[in-house]
Design a protein around this ligand. Structure first.
Ligand SMILES: N[C@@H](CCC(=O)N[C@@H](CS)C(=O)NCC(=O)O)C(=O)O
Length: 282
């Protein structure tokens, strides 16, 4: 049973392999990641969006190597090793939790015009609103995604309930999006932000629900919420075609194989165990 997770292919493929290869040389800023991991993809997207020099190191987080646990006692990827001013990289400080890594990278690199969270006093409310919807992605949409994908006929909830729950959380998110009046597809309209980054990896993985679950994701195509779902479609098409998303993506069939363990609910990952128990995700 344990091998269901530790036997994952050891390297990215496709576009992500090309990107990883171009960031293989030694660098003080190191991202420890797993190609299959959506939380890693968040951090990888930010590194790529902001063109931040770094080293990408592929590891299997299910192996819990002592050197990995020394950096991140939670034993999860992404883990970032951040150079300290006084070090030559050896005494790098660790950082983990994808949303915290992303905010750190955004603040530490690039000027205001390239910021993925609006900066400055004049944007205090907008920044807080972004954090609110980032929190919604993490505490509502992502757990509902796993509950849906890990649904099996033995569960005490139906697949229809899982679908309704997932779509309900997406709908609440879409209703908060710019209405397109300022001309762009993103959460903030024409401005790409961390809110888009936070949901991107799961948007990219929604095809796995279509692949594995009867009835698929089931985005409504007509009905009273037609406008909401149209707006979702605009965002979805834009995010799944975004360069930084595509270039951190391995071949589709690798995800189909890797997520079989979720679809059959046999994985022992911390995320899956928490989903089964109905608890908070790690
Ligand atoms: N809350 C964490 C979650 C990270 C996470 O669960 N990563 C998974 C891979 S997708 C992992 O490292 N799993 C190892 C395990 O479950 O033992 C974050 O946002 O970074």
């Amino acid at each position: 049973m344990a091998t269901v997770d530790t036997s994952l292919p050891a390297h990215p493929t496709g576009a992500a392999a090309t990107l990883a290869a171009s960031h293989a040389s030694e660098h003080d800023l190191k991202l420890y990641g797993g190609w299959f991991c959506p939380f890693v993809q968040r951090a990888w997207i930010v590194l790529h969006e902001k063109d931040i020099p770094h080293q990408y190191i592929e590891i299997n987080p299910y192996h819990k190597a002592p050197e990995f646990l020394a950096l991140n006692p939670r034993g999860l990827v992404p883990t970032l090793a951040v150079p300290t001013a006084s070090s030559n990289g050896k005494a790098a400080k660790p950082l983990y939790e994808s949303s915290i890594i992303c905010e750190y990278l955004d603040e530490a690199y690039g000027d205001d015009s390239a910021a993925l969270l609006p900066r400055g006093k004049e944007n205090v409310y907008e920044r807080a609103r972004c954090r609110l919807w980032i929190e919604h992605v993490g505490s509502k949409i992502v757990p509902a995604f796993y509950k849906f994908l890990q649904h099996t006929p033995e569960k005490d909830y139906t697949i229809e309930e899982a679908r309704e729950n997932f779509l309900g959380h997406i709908k609440a998110f879409v209703k908060e999006m710019g209405d397109g009046a300022n001309g762009g597809p993103w959460f903030l309209g024409d401005r790409f932000s961390l809110v888009d980054v936070m949901l991107a990896p799961w948007a990219k993985r929604m095809f796995l629900i279509d692949h594995y679950k009867p009835g698929g994701v089931g985005i409504p195509t007509a009905g009273e919420d037609e406008g909401v779902w149209k707006r979702w479609g605009v965002w979805f098409d834009a995010i799944t075609q975004r360069k930084s998303v595509l270039e951190t993506w391995s071949d589709d069939e690798m995800y189909i194989a890797a997520y079989k363990r979720y679809a059959e609910d046999t994985t022992q990952s911390e995320v899956a165990k928490a989903t089964r128990k109905g608890g908070r995700l790690p």
